[in-house]
Each structure stands twice: as C-alpha cells, then as structure tokens.
Design a protein around this ligand. Structure first.
Ligand SMILES: *Cc1c(COP(=O)(O)O)cnc(C)c1O
Length: 406
C-alpha cells in the first residue's frame, strides 16, 4: 500500500515560478595550481574564487597539509569517540591551550563546528524563563540556538545597542516584581563581524550594557578572528576589549583555513560547557589531524602578519576602485564587501555574468538576506592578486551598467 502523501504546500524553493531562489551546488573539480592562488576549476573552467572565507589564503597551504598527514600517521584519522569518553587527544589539548593563549582567555574548548559551538553557548547559559537578545542580522546558528534554549527571544534592530539597554532595563523591572528565586539569566549574542554585511557590532556599547545589567555577552567572531585587530585577534582586539566579553566563539574553517570551532572564556565557563553542553558531550570529537593542521595554521597566521595586511590592502583597493566606478558599497572595512543589487533575479544574473568573465561570486538571496537586499557577497583573500581585484571591479561596473540600462 502506498504511504499517504502529506498535503503540504510546496515551499518557495520548489516553486517553478521562483527559479532565482532555487539553490544549486557547484562542484569544485580541482584546484588547478598549487601556487597559493584562489583559482578553482568548475565545469572545466578556471575561475577566481571571490566568495570563500579563506581570508588569509591558508586553506591550501602545503604546511597545513603536511601537519595533517603527519598527525594522521601518528593518531589515525577518526577520534573514535566523544571528548568525554575516549576521543580527547593530545592534539586537541594542545590546540585548546594555544587558542586560549591566542584569545587571551583562561581556557578554550573545541567544537566540531561553529554551528554547534553557538548551540552550546546559548543553551548552556539560558533556559526557560530567561531572555536572549539577538541582533536582527545575527548568524542563523545563533537564532537556532536561542530557539532551542526555550528562552524568550527578542531580536533587536541591526546594531541598535540602545534597544538592548532598554530591553534589559524593562526585563529587570519585570524580574523585581517576580517572586523570590534566582533572577532570570539575560544574554546578548551578536556576530563580531556580520557575515553577510561585513560591518562590526557595537561591542563597546554592548559590553557596557551587559556589564551594567549583569547580562552575558556572547560574541561570535567567525569573520573577525585572524583578520582584524592589530595582531589578528579579532573584533575584541579591534575595540580594545577582552575580559568585558564573557563568551567568545571562534570558527576554524574561515581565516584559519581548516575546520572546527571553539569557545573561549573563563575557566568556570569552560567547565560549565564541558558538563552541560549537549553539542559537546554527545558528538564525536573532531579528527586529531584537523586539530594538528589548525595548530600549524594558527602559528602561521600569527607569524606571517603580511597575510592579514595583504587581505586588508586588497580590501582597500577593491573599495577605492569600486567607489571610483560608481559601484554601491556598504559600510564595511573587512574583507566581506557586499554589492547589494535588490532583487534575487538581478543578483543571480550578475553572478552568471561574472562567471562568464572567469570570476566566481555567489548570489546571496532570501531567506539568508531580506528579498530587496539580495546581493553579491564579494570576499577578498590574501590569495588574490591586485590584477584579479581590478578585473572584478571592471566586470562588476560593466554588469551593473548593463542592468541599469535594461
Ligand atoms: C560560518 C559561521 C558560523 C558557523 O561556523 P561553522 O564552523 O561553519 O559551522 C557561525 N557563525 C558565523 C557568524 C559564521 O559566519
């Protein structure tokens, strides 16, 4: 007997009338050179990748691959168990200590992904009856974490720290009226560098609000670590903050070019996560060779500060040339440089035209961003050349002019 078919409305992405919203995966067949370039081979064509997060050009560095191979011959590949059973190895331990030193925190704890680290941070610190405040442009994993926590979720307008202060103040008034008992926990969570816009969270103001009202501040610095701050220590270093922020989430698959994530904070916080965080406890530990490759990457990123300087110089070059060519830019000083085109159709058409010119920039559409702010999310990398950046600006200018005429 056939199974009954649930009578649900087809979601928008399956609707034939909305092909511009349908997501397709491209197969990266190969990296045509081993010279540290940002080139990829797709459908037999060589493209310059302007939509990755490999900001420092480390993902394909042979020294990372050598560290990975070395560790795999000594430790094998899979960890074989979760960290709390028998999966926690010496490469994990060493990487945690190095990440704590790098971020200036007492301790750091490894996670398999940033998504899981954010789930851990929020669900371990907030529960039913508590309050979570999120920037409207926060990463999807922070939103999912807040929903999973069962706390009350309030999303404030992008970068509106005044709204955060008011929400904390109102909630304190409400809590004072409640019966005796532990005061509800309050959490503010934000990207450090916003992933689709490239601008920075107002961390000094958020840290002051959190401090004044006894709230936690969680900063997800997936796109700041390794890239900004005088020594690449991220958005906190950029603002001269450190201990003011209780919970720092970092990812290892972006500037550090490998895979995985971590939470850094006080020894007390890390112990609490080890005891409570379900995305830490109930999952297989990251492979040790990945941890070994990340240790190599972290050391290189710190030693070779020219990588950071180079990606920021290329960012400046892109902005200056784009401004001169009349390409509209957002207020971003980071390697994330979105070009907002409006409709999903315009973004998809521009992405296709760039591909014809040998340049790969994916179109970012709803639900990742609001419909009328569909965009090309251009990202710069230390692996790009000046000439490639200039070619991108020239192609963009031509495509935008053609769209304006149409
Ligand atoms: C990429 C990203 C994550 C998720 O990290 P993964 O390790 O890829 O799961 C979390 N937060 C932000 C802001 C990100 O950009």
């Amino acid at each position: 007997m056939p199974l009954p078919r649930p009578n649900v409305r087809a979601p928008a992405f399956l609707d034939a009338r909305a092909p511009s919203l349908r997501r397709v995966r491209r197969i990266v067949q190969a990296f045509p050179t081993q010279d540290g370039s940002a080139h990829v081979l797709i459908e037999g064509r060589r493209l310059v990748n302007f939509c990755g997060n490999d900001y420092l050009g480390l993902a394909r560095d042979p020294r990372l691959a050598a560290a990975l191979r070395g560790a795999s011959s000594e430790c094998g590949v899979g960890a074989g168990a979760s960290h709390l059973v028998s999966g926690h190895g010496r490469e994990h331990q060493a990487l945690e200590e190095e990440l704590a030193a790098f971020t200036g925190c007492e301790r750091a704890l490894l996670f398999s992904t940033g998504y899981m680290a954010n789930l851990a941070a929020i669900t371990s610190l907030a529960g039913r009856g508590d309050l979570v405040l999120l920037d409207r442009f926060s990463h999807a994993s922070l939103i999912d974490a807040a929903l999973l926590s069962r706390a009350r979720l309030r999303r404030y307008a992008h970068r509106d720290w005044g709204a955060v202060e008011r929400a904390l103040e109102r909630q304190r008034g409400a809590a004072a009226g409640e019966a005796a008992g532990a005061a509800p926990a309050r959490l503010i969570a934000t990207d450090g560098v916003f992933s689709m816009d490239g601008d920075l969270a107002p961390l000094p103001q958020l840290a002051a609000a959190a401090h004044a009202r006894g709230a936690w501040l969680i900063v997800d610095d997936a796109h700041g670590l390794g890239v900004i701050g005088a020594q690449g220590r991220g958005t906190l270093e950029h603002f001269g903050l450190s201990r003011e922020v209780g919970v720092l989430v970092g990812t290892l698959g972006k500037a550090f070019g490998t895979f995985g994530a971590f939470i850094a904070g006080s020894a007390e916080l890390i112990e609490r996560l080890i005891q409570q965080a379900r995305t830490y406890i109930y999952t297989t530990a990251l492979p040790q060779p990945i941890a070994a490759a990340t240790r190599a990457s972290l050391a290189i990123a710190q030693r070779e500060s020219w990588r950071r300087e180079r990606v920021l110089a290329l960012t400046g070059r892109f902005r200056a040339a784009a401004a001169a060519a009349g390409i509209p830019l957002l207020e971003s000083a980071t390697p994330i440089q979105p070009v907002v085109l409006g409709t999903p159709e315009a973004a998809v058409a521009a992405s296709r035209a760039l591909e014809q010119a040998g340049l790969w920039v994916a179109a970012i559409r709803p639900p990742t961003v609001p419909r009328d702010s569909s965009r090309l999310r251009v990202t710069l990398s230390a692996a790009h050349t000046e000439d490639e950046v200039d070619r991108l600006v020239a192609a963009l200018a031509q495509i935008l002019a053609a769209q304006a005429r149409a």
